[in-house]
Write a protein that binds this ligand. Structure first.
Ligand code: PMP
Length: 305
């Protein structure tokens, strides 16, 4: 995973501060108790300028995440959209990753977070392919994790919380230690849930299937976009529970995510899926056309800088 390439300014609680000054105290609540929610968003430089993909939808998800864990957030999704746009502009970046975070800051300790202040920050920086440069072309091999997906009634997948990513980190480290590019987690019922930072799809006989939200997965915006793109291309798309053998026997398998974009999966637990198939390729092609601003019917998903 790439180290951060520094930009100049970070937006914090309504103001710009120099990158190096955007620090927080070691006794901040979030550091000790995982009390933070965040987003990962991408801005694509293209021939028409720079466009952020599904910016408003990401900020709405952030607002929902904060609400679900009862963290008061004094900015609306719209205000956060504007703050993110300003942060990209002031840093003069054409393409970048955008990381808004809402967290319980310094001032109180103890499990109950209510007396700790809520801080909000937005960082932006240049970021390349997440799962390696060849991943988009050749796909990656994945392994089913021995770690189960955090349960919906313990750390709900619908909340994009920092706390959840301990689960993701354990699964991802294990997968890499076993020589895989990424992990796939099963939920407590044994159904396929998602990757450590991606939603998952299978294709069988030209029908796409992806686990339903009720299986505890994050409501991924790339997932949502791929479902709409695929239906527009005439495919049947189903949200249904999958078991691990559905992955082994699929014609195609791929991940979706802001960082992973549409990453083909070429093997699952050493069962070969093969080279990226035609449906994955077609969707990848469409996706990259959209973020390049070359598919006017999907301009609704782009916010121009
Ligand atoms: N699942 C998990 C656990 C994730 O961390 C992510 C990345 N945010 C996704 C799915 C994909 O979501 P999105 O397409 O909105 O980036």
């Amino acid at each position: 995973m790439a180290s951060i390439k520094e930009a100049q300014y970070i937006w914090k609680n309504g103001e710009f501060v120099a990158w190096a000054d955007a620090t927080t105290h070691v006794l901040s609540h979030a550091l000790h108790y995982g009390t933070a929610v965040f987003e990962g968003i991408r801005c694509y430089g293209n021939d028409r300028g720079s466009a952020v993909f599904r910016l408003t939808d990401h900020m709405k998800r952030l607002v929902r995440s904060a609400k679900m864990i009862m963290m008061p957030l004094e900015y609306s999704a719209e205000e956060l959209v504007n703050a993110a746009l300003e942060t990209i502009r002031i840093n003069e970046l054409k393409s970048c990753y955008i990381r808004p975070i809402v967290y319980r800051g310094y001032g109180a300790m103890g499990v109950n977070p209510r007396s700790a202040p809520v801080d909000v920050a937005i960082g932006v920086w240049p970021w390349d392919a997440y799962l390696g440069n060849t991943a988009l072309e050749e796909g990656i091999a994945v392994g089913i994790s021995s770690w189960r997906q955090r349960s919906a009634n313990a750390l709900p997948g619908a909340v994009k919380s920092s706390a959840s990513y301990l689960n993701s980190g354990l699964a991802n480290m294990e997968a890499q230690d076993h020589g895989y590019g990424e992990a796939v987690l099963l939920n407590e019922m044994g159904n396929v849930a998602e990757g450590s930072g991606e939603n998952i799809f299978i294709v069988r006989d030209n029908v796409l299937s992806t686990p339903p939200l009720s299986d505890g997965v994050l409501e991924g915006l790339t997932r949502n976009s791929v479902m709409e793109m695929a239906r527009d291309l005439g495919y049947v798309v189903m949200e249904r529970s999958l078991v691990r053998t559905d992955l082994y026997s699929a014609d195609e398998v791929f991940f979706t995510g802001t960082a992973a974009e549409i990453t083909p999966i070429n093997a699952v637990d050493n069962r070969e899926i093969g080279k990226p198939g035609p449906v994955t390729r077609q969707l990848q092609h469409r996706f990259f056309e959209i973020v390049a601003g070359k598919a006017p019917e999907y301009d609704k998903w782009l916010t121009w800088i």
